[in-house]
Design a protein around this ligand. Structure first.
Ligand code: AMP
Length: 355
């Protein structure tokens, strides 16, 4: 089954995703143009030039509503103590452009931090060269970059940013979007942690990851086996928080909250601000969510007037199937959606109905 994305608003055609795990690693070395030549609505948001080029490549000309509201709030402001970030809770639907709304500011900050770290390293190296020259000894050699996929070079990765998603498909889609957005960035690595991929391959691909997109279960597995460290995470994004709750990830999120307690920013995205989401925020935001800023993108769902809800008790699965068969034989029904709780049940049901 593939995930269908409905694109709302004045978008260019949705990007199709043919993400494969092999794309997980990114270390592009394309030169970055000094100034992107764009009359593009993203420029005024103050994002890094590399990201503006990627956004242009993707055909985005104007930020969507959620991007316009979230990106300026998510970017840091300078205050006396350094950079200040605010925690955000955002209600917006899939299709609103929410993924880029959290990826762009996080990637922007990672790019800036990386540039600063590189400048510090360069200065230290130049100093070492100058010191060597002054002493009349051979200049130090630049350390060679080790192949991170070689097990001999293993070092538990400690990403600076973490995005948690409820499902493997969503995590792969978000990682794919992040890879598209960093394609003009040098050495910014995106990795994907999801169930169903062989551990060794996943661990190898995690090396030097700057941003990790993960489902909670596999992430905590890898953390418990010390294959990943979370103490350097500065940015945590919880995507589709409502689905996280539906899938029973509340305790996992609370654990991730603890493990990343030194972070500077938390962003939580959800289709609604229903009370249960607010309760989750209490468990996974800093200060129990006391200082979180809410961004409401969609108007609250109105109650539909013409819906009749009926509850039918079934004695067992055979009875349930018979009831379903009975109801679906109603010739006045043009369209119907049947939900089942597991993939196996879904497949079996679809098969029976097709018969
Ligand atoms: P999302 O809500 O993040 O799942 O995004 C839905 C779709 O909108 C994806 O296919 C994105 O590639 C696309 N998209 C996101 N932002 C923009 C934008 N500013 N302009 C056009 N398309 C966009």
């Amino acid at each position: 089954m593939t995930d269908a994305f409905e694109v709302q608003g004045d978008f260019s055609p949705a990007q199709t995703s043919d993400f494969s795990p092999a794309e997980t690693f990114v270390d592009t070395a394309e030169p970055v143009a000094a100034e992107p030549a764009l009359p593009n609505g993203f420029v005024k948001l103050g994002l890094a030039a590399e990201l503006l080029r990627a956004v242009e490549d993707l055909g985005y000309t104007q930020p969507t509503l959620v991007q316009e509201k979230v990106i300026p709030l998510a970017l840091p402001t300078d205050d006396a103590a350094g950079k200040a970030y605010i925690d955000l809770m955002v209600s917006s639907q899939t299709g609103s452009g929410k993924t880029a709304a959290f990826l762009l500011p996080v990637l922007h900050t990672l790019i800036q931090n990386q540039a600063q770290a590189e400048a510090r390293e360069r200065a230290a190296f130049e100093q070492a060269v100058a010191d060597a020259a002054a002493k009349g000894v051979a200049p130090p050699k630049k350390p060679r970059r080790k192949n991170p996929t070689d097990v001999r070079n293993f070092k538990a990765p400690s990403p600076g940013a973490l995005v948690v998603c409820p499902t493997r498909e969503l995590a792969q889609q978000v990682a794919h979007d992040a890879i598209e957005l960093v394609k003009h960035c040098r050495g910014l690595r995106i990795a994907n942690i999801v169930g169903g991929m062989p551990y060794q391959l996943q661990i190898a691909r995690l090396q030097n990851a700057d941003l990790v997109v993960a489902t909670p279960g596999r992430l905590l597995d890898l953390h418990r086996s010390m294959q990943i460290k979370l103490d350097q995470v500065r940015f945590l994004v919880v995507d589709e928080a409502d689905r996280m709750l539906d899938l029973g990830f509340s305790d996992d999120l609370a654990e991730i909250n603890q493990l990343t307690s030194q972070r500077q920013q938390t962003m939580m995205f959800s289709a609604t601000f229903a009370p249960r989401i607010q309760q989750l925020a209490l468990r996974v935001m800093h200060d129990n969510g006391a200082s979180v800023q809410k961004v409401q993108i969609d108007t609250p769902q109105e109650k539909h007037a013409n819906i009749r809800q009926v509850l039918l008790w079934a004695d067992n699965i055979t009875h349930k199937r018979k009831l379903l068969d009975h109801w679906l034989r109603d010739a006045s029904i043009d369209q119907a959606i049947v939900f089942a709780s597991t993939q196996v049940e879904c497949d079996g049901l679809a098969n029976d109905l097709q018969q």
